[in-house]
Design a protein around this ligand. Structure first.
Ligand code: SAH
Length: 299
């Protein structure tokens, strides 16, 4: 999964109608603006430490960063963790002056205003049937899975990423918004999925040519982050979180200022928040330093 996704992201822009999948920031600027408002508000409540930086993991086309930074304001340093050369080029164009890193551990030792949207789901998972690890083997000239039965997943790469974020927050201050699809409580199940041209595909077909993801286990994430010294908020659905911090009001302001776009704005709002669209499948959780307040939008 790691090797496939490394090749996949290094060799294309997977986002948008002509790509394989569409993410929340690509639906409408409101999404990134709400993220920016949440980060800026938390920063103010923490006493506006001057050395805080904007950090993003897996920024895609750089759209979320550009929209969030318009709200946060110029003057904040921008640090992007991205391994794909193709996507770095798009991010550089959208966010001039950003500094790039390969790994979370390389972020400067300063307070973070961090966001990661659909980043953790792209990190590799392992699957187990009892004590036996489910592997991918060659069967003739096709790939096949070994063990069959009730599958339990874990994700050491994801745990390592969450540990790195949480340890950084505990030591240097700041907060992190993690947005992804996944489940609130750990449970067995095979969540590995492949998407190609906006349709589900066979995860073993076309290695490195389709998007491979697995659902984020937010209960495991919470435990991992707490163990590494961060405070963790409750989990909100994307709909709850965006609504609590005022996306409907933002949509209203935008629609009044641009009456020609009112229809497009209301359909984007529905895509982001409706329960049968992205509203309930996607979840938001925040980590923060013990000496920082919890960001807005969580109970
Ligand atoms: N956040 C963006 C893009 C999501 S796609 C959006 O919401 O539109 C996943 C992103 O994570 C891509 O930018 C991809 O190149 C990056 N990525 C995937 N695996 C990574 C890894 N191991 N390290 C750093 N970035 C990674």
């Amino acid at each position: 999964m790691a090797a496939c996704n490394a090749h996949y992201y290094a060799t294309r822009d997977p986002l948008g109608a002509s790509g394989d999948f569409t993410t929340a920031p690509e639906i409408h600027q409101m999404f990134g603006e709400m993220v920016g408002a949440c980060l800026a508000d938390c920063w103010h409540s923490a006493g506006a430490p001057e050395d805080a930086i904007y950090a993003e993991l897996g920024p895609g086309r750089g759209t979320l960063a550009a929209d969030a930074l318009r709200v946060i304001g110029a003057g904040v340093e921008v640090h992007l963790v991205e391994t794909s050369p193709a996507l770095r080029e798009l991010q550089r164009a959208r966010v001039p002056g950003a500094t790039f890193h390969e790994r979370i551990e390389q972020l400067p030792e300063r307070p973070l205003l961090l966001v990661a949207n659909e980043f953790l789901d792209a990190l590799p998972v392992r699957q187990w049937v009892g004590d036996e690890q489910r592997l991918v083997v060659l069967d003739g000239d096709a790939f096949a899975f070994t063990a069959h039965g009730l599958i339990v997943e874990d994700a050491p790469a994801r745990a390592a990423a969450v540990t790195a974020i949480a340890a950084h927050l505990a030591r240097h201050g700041g907060m992190a918004l993690l947005i992804d699809y996944g489940h609130a409580a750990s449970a067995p199940g095979d969540t590995l999925q492949a998407v190609k041209a906006h349709r589900f595909a066979d995860p073993l077909a076309d290695p490195g040519e389709q998007d491979l993801t697995a659902h984020v286990d937010f209960e495991a994430l919470t435990d991992t982050a707490r163990q590494a010294g961060a405070m963790v908020t409750s989990l909100a659905t994307q709909s709850e979180w965006l609504s609590r911090i005022g996306i409907a009001q933002r949509a209203d302001v935008l629609a009044r200022a641009n009456p020609d776009h009112a229809k497009a704005i209301s359909s984007a709002l529905a895509r982001l928040t409706a329960p049968d669209q992205m509203g309930e499948l996607f979840k938001v959780i925040a980590l923060h330093a013990p000496q920082w307040p919890a960001p807005a939008g969580f109970e």
